[in-house]
Write a protein that binds this ligand. Structure first.
Ligand SMILES: *[C@@H]1O[C@H](CO)[C@@H](O)[C@H](O)[C@H]1NC(C)=O
Ligand SMILES: *[C@@H]1O[C@H](CO)[C@@H](O)[C@H](O)[C@H]1NC(C)=O
Ligand SMILES: *[C@@H]1O[C@H](CO)[C@@H](O)[C@H](O)[C@H]1NC(C)=O
Ligand SMILES: *[C@@H]1O[C@H](CO)[C@@H](O)[C@H](O)[C@H]1NC(C)=O
Ligand SMILES: *[C@@H]1O[C@H](CO)[C@@H](O)[C@H](O)[C@H]1NC(C)=O
Ligand SMILES: *[C@@H]1O[C@H](CO)[C@@H](O)[C@H](O)[C@H]1NC(C)=O
Ligand SMILES: *[C@@H]1O[C@H](CO)[C@@H](O)[C@H](O)[C@H]1NC(C)=O
Ligand SMILES: *[C@@H]1O[C@H](CO)[C@@H](O)[C@H](O)[C@H]1NC(C)=O
Ligand SMILES: *[C@@H]1O[C@H](CO)[C@@H](O)[C@H](O)[C@H]1NC(C)=O
Length: 451
């Protein structure tokens, strides 16, 4: 069942149906026979959110949507008819006896609708968390909910969710612009392949990934660990994976939105100033651009040039590298030995773990993990996932290429990259701290490390 949520106040609101609610569309509920005309609205019971008709920015069109009801800036968090706005104020929302919501104009032209449900006595209700739901009397689950059909915004309690068996995702897709809320260019969702990551795509092109969830945060958002005001959670099992957040103090308003220009922003409302503040946004720099330094390349935003090859690798197209186009990436200098057991590992500290869409994750301790990698000729790197609350440790094994790798000053993970003995050097140590080393800097080697 998609986004199963415990129904709150179900008894109370079921009991009210035959009496009070059927008489009026006012308040937070809506039943067959009610009409919500342009100008009318539903308000959640605690007054937090409002559902109604609005015109964004310089648009001439009318949309049906949900916005915060208690702040001074109209901030829309969900839109019903994003790709078919009404040309004028003739929109009417109604709910049929079969539980289908429909938005039509006075001439009966349909602009938006939801599928019929099987519930008896359907009631639509705007909840205090902005979820607009359809449920039937006595039913334990929502037959339809707006949280299952997000627009561009993730709110507290909403799940960025993927069905791991079917790969079906809940997408956040940007507006075309602040004036046109139609389906825009950028989409973010949880990619279930390998170790799940939130990714941002522009059409079919991947532009950013969060990295996998490692001990309470995403590997590619190291600053996440210091967010004391949020409660983040991530669940991944055989059937589903999802990410959600809440604010520890319910009076702190925060939302995650995919912006028309291709940024994912976490915004927080600053009551005193009366505006939204960008708390975090990604991609945050050029190193965050997916594959900026190519395969087996490492990006460091504090260095110039920002791309280098991992130790033991060299640029695949030196001409392009010398022009600071790192996309072709790097190739291994010395083939792995594999059979003879002479390969070793280099430690890359403070890494954003490379793309995990093709990895294997197993519960294993560090030493087992290293052995498992050495045993498998296609294994090219491993990393341990820190588990919170004393959970069992997990081992991530990469095979083939390492893509979209960067390093941070602080707060990244340890990545162990498999190398042939010849490329580890003659130090005889099992691990070598891989720091910045001018002799391994590829641009300098190419004689073009200058602006
Ligand atoms: C509203 O727009 C519809 C569709 O363009 C049109 O048929 C209708 O006449 C308009 N109504 C008013 C009152 O302008
Ligand atoms: C549900 O109700 C709507 C509006 O009355 C109607 O158009 C639709 O055909 C109904 N669907 C089913 C399956 O009964
Ligand atoms: C979500 O976005 C992806 C990538 O653009 C697309 O393939 C998929 O069909 C979308 N899913 C839904 C439910 O819109
Ligand atoms: C954090 O969120 C999880 C999942 O929603 C919830 O179970 C837990 O109680 C929350 N913790 C706090 C401190 O709010
Ligand atoms: C929650 O935030 C509000 C507004 O910032 C503040 O007045 C209140 O004291 C906070 N409550 C707690 C328990 O921290
Ligand atoms: C260098 O970059 C250009 C433009 O992206 C590309 O067409 C070419 O194939 C690259 N060179 C090599 C050797 O890959
Ligand atoms: C592995 O050892 C064998 C026998 O000593 C040798 O012939 C072979 O070249 C070695 N392979 C590698 C990749 O070093
Ligand atoms: C080696 O790794 C590949 C890729 O992850 C995997 O398909 C294969 O099953 C592994 N082989 C063994 C023997 O574990
Ligand atoms: C830098 O590279 C040189 C030559 O490969 C090596 O001797 C030295 O130990 C390296 N330094 C660091 C910090 O890795």
């Amino acid at each position: 069942m998609v986004g199963r949520q415990r129904r709150r106040e179900s008894l109370v609101f079921a009991a009210l149906i035959p009496t009070l609610i059927a008489l009026s569309a006012a308040g937070d509920t809506f039943v067959p026979g009610d009409r919500l005309e342009d100008g009318g609205s539903l308000v959640s019971s605690d007054g937090s959110f409002k559902l109604g008709f609005f015109t964004p920015g310089k648009s001439n069109f009318r949309y049906l949507g949900i916005w915060y009801n208690q702040i001074s800036v109209q901030t829309v968090v969900w839109v019903a008819n994003r790709d078919s706005p009404l040309p004028n104020r003739t929109g009417i929302l109604s709910i049929s006896i079969n539980g289908s919501l429909s938005l039509s104009d006075t001439k009966g032209v349909a602009y938006w609708s939801t599928p019929p449900t099987r519930v008896a006595g359907p009631v639509a209700k705007l909840l205090d968390d902005a979820n607009f739901v359809v449920a039937g009397a006595g039913e334990g689950e929502y037959a339809w909910q707006s949280f299952d059909h997000p627009t561009d915004t993730l709110l507290p309690g909403m799940k960025l969710w993927v069905d791991r068996r079917t790969g079906l995702t809940k997408n956040l897709t940007s507006w075309k612009s602040d004036d046109d809320l139609g389906t825009g260019d950028y989409t973010s969702f949880l990619d279930s392949r390998g170790d799940p990551q939130i990714i941002l795509v522009q059409g079919s092109k991947q532009v950013w990934r969060s990295g996998p969830w490692v001990g309470g945060r995403f590997s590619g958002i190291p600053e996440m660990r210091s967010y004391g005001i949020f409660n983040f959670s991530f669940v991944s099992n055989a059937d589903v994976a999802y990410y959600q957040f809440s604010t520890r103090n319910k009076s702190v308003l925060s939302r995650l939105a995919v912006q028309p220009k291709g940024l994912i922003e976490r915004l927080v409302w600053i009551q005193g100033v009366g505006e939204w503040n960008v708390f975090w946004s990604g991609p945050r720099d050029r190193c965050d651009a997916f594959g900026y330094c190519g395969i087996f390349g490492v990006c460091d935003a504090n260095e110039s040039p920002m791309c280098r090859c991992l130790q033991g690798f060299e640029p695949k197209s030196p001409e392009n590298w010398s022009l600071r186009d790192g996309k072709d990436g790097c190739r291994r200098r010395t083939a792995l030995d594999c059979q003879n057991g002479t390969d070793g590992f280099l430690l890359l500290a403070n890494a954003k773990l490379p793309d995990t869409s093709g990895v294997m994750v197993n519960e294993m301790a560090t030493e087992e993990c290293r052995e498992a990698c050495l045993r498998n000729c296609s294994c090219t790197a491993y990393a341990m996932k820190e588990m919170m609350n004393g959970g069992r440790s997990s081992c991530i094994l990469w095979s083939g290429v390492l893509a979209d790798l960067r390093v941070y000053d602080d707060g990244g993970q340890d990545l162990f990259v498999r190398l042939a003995r010849a490329d580890i050097g003659t130090t005889g140590e099992k691990y070598l701290q891989l720091g910045w080393n001018s002799s391994s800097r590829v641009f300098r080697a190419g004689g073009s490390d200058h602006l």
